[in-house]
Design a protein around this ligand. Sequence first.
Ligand code: TAP
Length: 481
Amino acid sequence: MSKKLNMYMNGDWVESSSNETFDIINPATQEVIAIAPKATKEETEEAIKAAKRTFESGVWSYLPPQERARVLLQIAEKMEEHLNELAELEVQNNGKTKREAESDAQEAINSFRYYAGLLNMPDGQTYEYSDDMQTLIVKEPIGTAGLIVPWNFPLLMSVWKIAPALAAGNSIILKPAEITPITAVKLFELIDETDLPKGAANLLLGSGSVVGQTIAESEDVDIVSFTGSTGVGRHIMTAATGNMKKVSLELGGKSPNIIFDDADLETAVDYALYGIFLGAGQVCSSGSRILVQEGIYDKFVERYVERAKAIKVGPGNDEKAEMGAIVSRKHLESILEYVKIGIEEGANLALGGSQIKWGELEKGFFLEPTIFIDVTNCMRIVREEIFGPVVTVQKFKDEDDAIKDANDTDFGLAGAVFSNDQNKALRVIKRVRAGITWVNAYHLTNVQAPWGGYKQSGIGRSLGTYGLDEYQETKQINMNL
Ligand code: TAP
């Protein structure tokens, strides 16, 4: 029997009054692994009210920072005790490999610990205006925070929002993606065992068009923090204008990975593989556009295709699997449509392009690592976010050419440069218009560093001290002494 999931509102586990449910599918097997409720608009409003009441009561928002830190550390502790279970649930629901899911869970734990640590640091500024006038600049929570997350890192994206939002003293309402709610439910089961006051954290399950939309529009929500596609992000910005709530957006990307002639070939190939095939390419910061200098282009393509061919695709719970499943049939079909578009546009398909339909993998949504070469910037497969294990490789002449192509995009999330000339690498990466960048590496990051995009990749930053700022108001207090 599939597990029936419930929602967490005002400190209680509740069923939805709606008769509508949603089957949660394991993308590696197509088995139904849980049944989720679809919250109604009224239930969403009720959860928002509970969060608002809790915020205004001060039981969490006025708690001394060290006390809030203690609770965040409790959550981290509980997660650590259940790390393996959290990772296994993520594998079942999202289809990623166990190694990837364990790393996500560990990063989520680190996030709670990091923000607990920040709460133990002195904060604020002072300015002595004159002998008898002093200004204090202090940070305060914003209020009620609506947190809307996607399906690609269900646990990690939730925690990247929950940890700083709670650290700042806000009350939260989390809405996971409809298709991947399972680790969020487990996380809230763990939160329920801590000293977090009732109503400070609420979990709603259901659709974006009802739950997400109600959160974005609500006049009782003071900040909506959204991670997802640029299209829905734009829609949320409009919906949020009613009460001019703060909007924080982490959106899509089409990130350039620039490889110069003088790069170490094996290092570049390693990271260019990791850059796109981590999470089967369903990663916002994926290096989905590889730009290679003409002198090394043929050698790079030959080695890259050879190495990608050897990637072992399989169910996340297979220890040997290096790349897991695509999250859903709908998403698999959307990726395959892009492969078709690429071929029609005249790109050269050097590897993959098909669903894997043999042996055990036939039961799930598995796709071959896919490489298009000899592409140009005007092709849709180079301009649009495919969000799957599909990468394009194109040639450039010199530095200026590389920068022009790299920045010829509506997105600005991530980017990388590979070169053994550190001066050149720094010069070029500084001119790449993106918020998350690497030199001679890809995807490596940490909770201390701010995460977010330029241009249509978003507004605001997660993580680091910037991530806490996102959930805080700044106040000046002028003291006439
Ligand atoms: P979306 O379709 O945009 O969905 C994201 C979340 O928004 C889901 O919870 C979704 O609910 C909800 N939503 C949908 N319509 C809504 C509406 N009208 N009002 C409010 N909420 C609504 O994205 P996705 O397909 O889950 O995730 C993939 C995208 O996320 C990619 O573009 C990727 O680049 C981006 N992403 C960005 C980052 C960062 S940090 N920049 C990180 C991860 C992913 P339902 O599940 O019910 O549709």
